[in-house]
Each structure stands twice: as structure tokens, then as C-alpha cells.
Design a protein around this ligand. Structure first.
Ligand code: ADP
Ligand code: AMP
Length: 210
């Protein structure tokens, strides 16, 4: 099974991808997590990417495609979270999958109102160690600032500051929403209501990928 999670920032893609990966033994690939690992490692790629990420812009297609290419070759099932984010990336993905003799099975679109997205992102905190997402308002860790799962330190993302969030929502509408049409034309999209409790959204996601 090769599944793509589509939707605006804050829609819950990372939260649900982690659950689905555990539940269905699929590999969770998040280009955002990959980039943050490069940033915290201080690599050349990380330094380049950070300038785009901090202001809420997309990292250039050729950088992203080069970074993810090697992870698309394996035979195991995958959940792609945060990729593809442009039509050019979707076309590159199709090409890589075709070369590997496989294809995208389903694209699930997470639908949430903008007001709720802004609320979620303002409270988001992520473990710097294992990337588990928390929400300081609605889903805090047991001990303040510490990851329940691995004991790592929680951090709020620079791009979850209000200016960058506004920019990311605009970039989503302009550059990523067309990806939804790309997969709609291919008949692969299932739309889910991604508002409401995490467990309920998970139920809808599990049904959408059956
Ligand atoms: P995305 O990967 O789509 O950007 P995340 O999974 O990081 O989104 O979720 C964004 C924030 O919203 C996090 O703080 C997360 O804990 C919280 N969140 C995720 N799903 C829900 C939900 N169903 N209801 C409320 N908050 C949620
Ligand atoms: P995310 O963790 O998915 O919210 O991504 C955080 C940031 O990383 C985005 O705002 C972009 O700057 C960058 N990024 C992640 N994935 C991609 C992608 N597929 N294409 C371009 N930029 C990306």
C-alpha cells in the first residue's frame, strides 16, 4: 500500500501518519521531519532549507526530490506525509514509482477549517528527539517540556509563529492545493473530515485506506 496524506499545515497528517504506520506496518516518510533532521545536524542541505522553512516557504523542488528519491525505491508500503507539495513533485513521484514498478494507491485529503488550523499550530510542540507531536493546549505531555515516549525535549517550531503560519497557509492554497486536483483526476482521492478528536479522525482515515 502506498498512501499519500494531503492537507494544509496543522491538519493532523503527522499525528495520524504515525498511528497508521504502527497500525498497518507501513513506513512513515515525512519530508518535514527529514528536513528538520538536516537542520539540526547543521548539514549544507539543512542550512539551505532553513532559510525557506523559517519564513514558511517551500524548499525548492529539486532539493526535495533529490532528498527523498532514495527512500522511494524500497518494496515495503509507505505513508507519505508532506510530500508531494507541488505538481512537479507529484510528477517526479509518479516517475520514481513507475521506475520501481509500483504506484500511488490512495491520496487522503484532510479537510479542516483555517481557524482550527491556526489554533492547532499555535499550540503545537514537537519532540526534538523522536518528532512525536503534542499540543500544549489540547494534548500536553505528562511532564511539561518532556516527551512521554522518549524523554526528549519538546520544542515549538519557528515556522509555527503567526507570520510564518499565515505564509504557509497562503503557500498551501497557491502551490499545494493543485496537487489535490492532480490526484482527483487520477481517481485516487478520498476526503476525510479531519476535525474532531484524534481517535475519530483515525477511524475515518483507516476506513479511507481500506
Ligand atoms: P500536520 O502534520 O498536518 O502539520 P500535526 O499532526 O503536526 O499536523 O498536528 C498539528 C497540531 O494539531 C499538533 O499540535 C497536534 O497535536 C494537533 N492535532 C492533531 N490532530 C488533532 C485533532 N484531531 N484535534 C486537535 N488537535 C489535533
Ligand atoms: P511540515 O513539517 O510538513 O509542516 O513541513 C515544514 C516545512 O518544511 C514546510 O513549510 C516547507 O518549508 C518544508 N517542506 C516540507 N516538505 C516539503 C516539500 N515536500 N516541498 C517543499 N518544502 C517542504
Amino acid at each position: 500500500m502506498r498512501i499519500i496524506l494531503l492537507g494544509p499545515p496543522g491538519a493532523g497528517k503527522g499525528t495520524q501518519a504515525a498511528r497508521l504506520a504502527l497500525g498497518q506496518k507501513l513506513e512513515h516518510i515525512s519530508t518535514g521531519d527529514m528536513l528538520r533532521t538536516e537542520v539540526s545536524g547543521g548539514t549544507e542541505l539543512g542550512r539551505l532549507a532553513k532559510t525557506y522553512m523559517d519564513r514558511g516557504d517551500l524548499v525548492p523542488d529539486e532539493v526535495i526530490i533529490g532528498m527523498i528519491q532514495g527512500r522511494l525505491k524500497g518494496g515495503a508500503g509507505v505513508i507519505l506525509d508532506g510530500f508531494p507539495r507541488t505538481v512537479a513533485q507529484a510528477q517526479a513521484l509518479d516517475k520514481a514509482f513507475t521506475a520501481a514498478g509500483t504506484k500511488v494507491d490512495r491520496a487522503v485529503y484532510f479537510k479542516v477549517e483555517n481557524e482550527e488550523l491556526v489554533k492547532r499550530l499555535s499550540g503545537r510542540a514537537t519532540c526534538s528527539g523522536c518528532q512525536t507531536p503534542y499540543n500544549l493546549n489540547t494534548a500536553p505531555p505528562k511532564k511539561a517540556g518532556v516527551c512521554d515516549r522518549c524523554g526528549g525535549k519538546l520544542a515549538q517550531r519557528p515556522d509555527d509563529q503567526p507570520d510564518a503560519v499565515r505564509r504557509r497557509l497562503k503557500v498551501y492554497e497557491e502551490q499545494t492545493a493543485p496537487v489535490l486536483d492532480y490526484y482527483r483526476k487520477a481517481g485516487k482521492v478520498r476526503e476525510i473530515d479531519a476535525a474532531g478528536p484524534v481517535d475519530e479522525v483515525y477511524g475515518r482515515l483507516a476506513a479511507a485506506v481500506k
